[in-house]
Design a binder for this molecule. Structure first.
Ligand SMILES: O=C(O)CCC(=O)C(=O)O
Ligand SMILES: [Fe+2]
Length: 295
């Protein structure tokens, strides 16, 4: 049974009320340095390398329908693999590190957080054009149409220092309070300036903030915070782990495209079904509880 308690040392990393208010205004939060222990990161790096080499602790029910880099794609493209924590225990250990869920829950002022999805991303050092390793502007929530809750949040943990040249995550400050972001799905659009211009022309005040971090820090962004990542123009790979988290009340809801076609997300294939046949986003096997208090 997971214990949802923090040590005194861990409690020192919880956001203050002032920091929570800042998150509510800006849509992002960066933890204090040293929040993720070094040995956890070391094991995660080793686990990531074993994962890339084909080693699995468990198999997913399906292997397609989501980002799932394979060695056949080569080493010169960014690697993006989803649902890695369900397949490799060292990455699940990062997701389950209690401060991830505890800080996320505090920022959203909720009591519990479950995993929803994750992305292990490795961007190679610069080999071609800088734009090859850009992650385009998007709001994570735009990819989760069948999630009922707005209390969804992503924790993003780099496994090394991320200076400006090593592909930091970058956010549009306060964008989570804009409306009409349901279709902000430009993850693969490398032209950051074009999308920035598009928002400006719609009257949005675009303030771009790179989240430069030290190893051991991690950041959070809200379901609707528009974010991207800069290219990796350093001489080393950029390895990071994004953990997408859902609040305890999140449930499956049907969603449709404007042309009437039904939308489905990969999470629906990972979990058990409810009695009515709908996917069960509370399935603890697919979406383990990472934090809970007051129960
Ligand atoms: O690491 C990246 O480049 C993108 C990560 C991302 O989109 C996220 O954490 O939600
Ligand atoms: Fe994202």
């Amino acid at each position: 049974m997971t214990e949802y308690v923090l040590t005194e040392e861990q409690k020192a990393f919880l956001p203050t009320e002032e920091e929570i208010v800042q998150f509510e205004q800006k849509g992002y939060y960066v933890s204090r340095p040293g929040a993720l222990p070094d040995d956890l990161i070391e094991r995660a790096i080793a686990g990531a390398h074993r994962f890339y080499a084909g080693d699995r602790d468990a198999k997913l029910p399906v292997e397609t329908g989501f980002s799932n880099w394979t060695p056949a794609e080569g080493d010169h493209v960014p690697r993006n693999n989803e649902f890695v924590s369900l397949q490799k225990k060292e990455l699940m250990d990062v997701a389950k590190y209690p401060l991830i869920g505890a800080i996320g829950a505090r920022l959203l002022r909720i009591k519990s957080l479950r995993l929803l999805d994750d992305q292990l991303i490795c961007k190679p050092p610069m080999v071609g054009s800088p734009s090859d390793t850009i992650t385009g502007w998007h709001a994570d929530g735009a990819y989760w149409a069948t999630c009922s809750s707005d209390s969804l949040i992503t924790a993003w943990a780099p496994f090394h220092d991320v200076p400006i040249e090593r592909s930091p995550l970058v956010v549009m400050e306060g964008s989570h309070r804009w409306s009409g972001l349901e279709h902000t799905r430009f993850f693969n659009n490398k032209n950051l300036g074009e999308i920035e211009e598009r928002f400006r022309s719609q009257g949005c005040e675009v303030k771009v903030v790179p989240l430069v971090m030290k190893r051991g820090q991690f950041s959070f962004h809200h379901r609707w915070t528009v974010h991207a990542s800069f290219p990796n123009i350093s001489s080393q790979p950029r390895l990071s782990f994004a953990m997408h988290l859902q609040d305890g009340d999140n449930r499956y809801r049907p969603a449709f495209r404007p042309d009437g076609r039904e939308i489905h997300i990969a999470d629906e294939m990972m979990c058990r079904k409810q009695p009515n046949g709908d996917p069960d986003f509370t399935d603890p096997a697919a979406f383990p509880l990472l934090w809970s208090e007051g129960y």
